[in-house]
Ligand binder design. Structure first.
Ligand SMILES: Cc1ncc(COP(=O)(O)O)c(C=O)c1O
Length: 380
């Protein structure tokens, strides 16, 4: 399909069902499928770990939205990441990882994959020379980046890093969770695989946990599909259905997330109780120009330093009312959190430790004046 983004979000992989004309893909809540004869599964469906029509609809839609060849849906973002790593790496290999990333992603590399013989080096993803220097020629199989990064909102130049990775014979993997495919399509800029926690903007309603991989290339995509089945961390049919329902409004939601975030950044920037505001849409952000080049807009995530230090940051989080104090992000409701003690606690003492006075906002799509009023009282 060569349609626009919103058309693909609503229709890709979602033709009306052949038998009844159901406009919405049904939830095929079945583990197995009757076969017409031994070795003759209907339409290739034999067991729902291997393939399920509801998951197929989601996977086709994800591939279309990321302009990739193969989309795959998993039980969580981390399940997707694990499947990717064990498909493209083996013991003795090395990966370059971001020096700012989701704490759980860091934990996967530091506490799980390393024990199985996969070495890693953190590098600043906004600095192509630092990434190049971290590569071990012949040993590095993956350059892994988030952009924007979680939670410091650093920006990686995807096209430049694709060249850096490919020159070294490595793959470029981009975690596109913070941007969503509406704001940024890494595969069109040269990345090989996109990772998502679909729990976030893609699902968009804080009601389902899931993950995705989208590959630019069919061969790699089919290797990933083989491992999806062989390792088994698949997205269930009801979860796939909820995620697909969320995707239909991804474009309009992202525009409102961006509108609200821009208003809130304008309010926070220069506020007496607020230190530095981290948002790639600010012209003063070091990654602003690269972000403007590769993103449609700058997203709904904002981080800022509390002027009064760690205790002040914690107080702001505790005082917020409309901004719900909770982990996760990307839903229609606004969330606030203290990364150092919450989402990134597992990075404490590591090169990925986050500043203790940092507050992270996931700006929802509520009436922006209400969000501003809540921040005003929370800042104290
Ligand atoms: C950027 C990013 N990538 C991956 C993940 C992991 O996804 P999940 O929680 O769905 O396993 C998260 C979770 O917060 C995230 O923020």
């Amino acid at each position: 399909m060569t349609h626009g983004f919103e058309t693909l979000a609503i229709h890709a992989g979602q033709d009306p069902e052949a038998r009844t004309g159901a406009v919405i893909p049904p939830i095929y809540q079945t583990s197995t499928y009757a076969q017409d004869a031994v070795g003759s599964p209907r339409l290739g469906y034999e067991y729902s770990r291997s393939a399920n029509p509801t998951r197929d609809a989601l996977q086709e839609c994800l591939a279309a939205l990321e302009a990739g060849r193969v989309g795959l849906a998993f039980a969580s973002g981390l399940a997707a990441e694990d499947t990717l790593l064990r498909t493209v790496c083996k013991p003795g290999d090395h990966v370059v990882i971001p020096d700012d990333a989701y704490g759980g992603t860091y934990r996967l590399f530091a506490k799980v994959a390393e024990r199985w013989g996969l070495a890693y080096t953190p590098a600043r993803v906004s600095d192509a020379d630092a990434v190049r220097a971290a590569i071990r020629p012949g040993v590095t199989k993956v350059v892994w980046v988030e952009t924007p990064t979680n939670p410091l909102l650093g920006i990686a130049d995807i096209a430049t890093l694709a060249t850096v990775a490919h020159d070294a014979g490595a793959l470029l993997v981009v975690d596109n969770t913070f941007a969503s495919p509406y704001l940024q399509q890494p595969l069109t800029l040269g990345a090989d695989v996109v990772v998502h926690s679909t729990t976030k903007y893609v699902g968009g309603h804080s009601d389902v946990v899931g993950g995705a991989l989208v590959a630019a290339d069919t061969d790699l995509g089919e290797q990933l599909r083989y491992h999806q089945n062989a390792m088994g961390a698949v997205n269930g049919p009801f979860d796939a259905w909820l995620t697909l329902r969320g995707i239909k409004t991804l474009g309009v939601r992202m525009d409102r997330h961006c509108d609200n975030a821009e208003r809130i950044v304008a309010y926070l920037d220069g506020h007496a109780k607020v230190g530095r505001v981290l948002y790639p849409g600010l012209p003063s952000h070091p990654g602003h120009e690269v972000a403007a080049k590769q993103m449609r807009r700058f997203g709904g995530m904002i981080s800022f330093r509390a002027a009064g230090g760690e205790e002040h940051a914690v107080e702001i989080c505790n005082r917020a009312r409309l901004f719900v104090l909770a982990e996760s992000l990307g839903g229609v409701e606004s969330l606030i959190e203290h990364p150092g003690r919450m989402t990134h606690a597992s990075a404490a003492g590591s090169p990925l430790e986050v500043p203790s006075d940092l507050v992270r906002l996931s700006v929802g799509i509520e009436t922006v004046e209400d969000l501003l009023a809540d921040l005003e009282q929370a800042l104290g």
